[in-house]
Design a protein around this ligand. Structure first.
Ligand code: GLN
Length: 283
């Protein structure tokens, strides 16, 4: 009979052999999901024997994690801005850094009574759903190029009971989608890893997350150029453009925004003191 404690030990050892970071926590997260309990509750159940079917299921999860699949894809969900999001391998896993982008926007707009927002490259819908939940006056248009991705985003909007988001498929710039609208706010967390940097990312990302959500296959700045150029004509006169940015990109992106006529550029740091969010006003 395999107990909870022994199962955790075996899984931890296996993950350590595979050089997976935070091996024990990973083992615990997977088992807690399987047993439908909180991670810390496992500590009250160390002696509990696992049923054969549970062992089998756990073994399967461990094998997936051993191939560097992120825990979030294995358990099918993650938390973002205090909300639950479904994820699968078609979408980027929402990152804690992106919460800073959402929070910066909410702080500025929480008292607005009219607000039309465009979210470019919505992925799992994390940014749009978190904004919709916290900005009740907002009317949000959320776009992505993949129908598979939009399916996940729509599920997340429904799961979190938000109705003020419309999800649309297309390349906003190439297709002239929504060209008869002007927005008070455009937000994007675009693929910002350069082609050169991409191969040095951790295996969890390069082997499992969608490549087109991570890199632009160029210098990492392509989408900042395209979106800034697009935003200068599709924002209202006092409209704002907000981006998440990667490590070391703030001065380049600031320059791109200024070149496109954006003013009062502000930069917000993340918890590691890395420039993470940049925004500016059209005029
Ligand atoms: N908007 C989503 C996020 O911030 C997806 C971003 C992306 O796929 N590049 O996580």
């Amino acid at each position: 009979m395999l107990t909870v404690l022994n199962a955790l030990k075996l899984a931890t050892e296996y993950f350590e052999k595979k050089a997976i970071q935070s091996a024990r926590i990973n083992a615990e997260l997977l088992l807690a999901h399987l047993l439908n309990c909180k991670r810390l509750d496992l500590y009250l159940r160390f002696d509990q024997p696992l049923a054969e079917s549970e062992v089998e299921h756990y073994r399967h999860m461990i094998a997936r994690r051993g191939k560097y699949e992120p825990v979030q894809y294995i358990i099918g969900c993650t938390e973002f801005y205090g909300l639950q999001f479904e994820v699968n391998a078609s979408v980027l896993i929402p990152r804690p850094e992106t919460e800073i982008l959402v929070e910066t926007i909410i702080n500025r707009y929480k008292f607005s009574d009219r607000l039309k927002i465009l979210d470019i490259g919505c992925g799992s819908g994390n940014i749009s759903v978190a904004l919709a939940k916290n900005l009740h006056a907002a009317e949000i248009f959320s776009i992505d190029i993949s129908e598979e991705v939009l399916k996940v985003a729509r599920t997340n909007a429904a799961k979190n009971h938000v109705a003020n988001v419309q999800f649309l498929k297309g390349d906003i710039i190439a297709n002239g989608l929504l060209s008869d609208h002007s927005f008070d706010l455009i937000v994007s967390n675009p693929p910002y890893v350069s082609e050169k940097e991409y191969n040095s990312l951790q295996k969890e990302i390069t082997m499992h997350e969608p490549k087109q959500a991570v890199t632009d296959n160029e210098d990492g700045l392509m989408f900042y150029r395209r979106i800034s150029d697009y935003a200068k004509t599709s924002l209202t006169d006092d409209g704002y453009l907000y981006f998440e940015i990667g490590h070391g990109q703030s001065q380049d992106v600031k320059f791109i925004m200024i070149e496109n006529g954006f003013k009062e550029i502000q930069i917000v740091k993340d918890y590691q003191q890395i420039d993470r969010v940049i925004y500016g006003v059209k005029s």
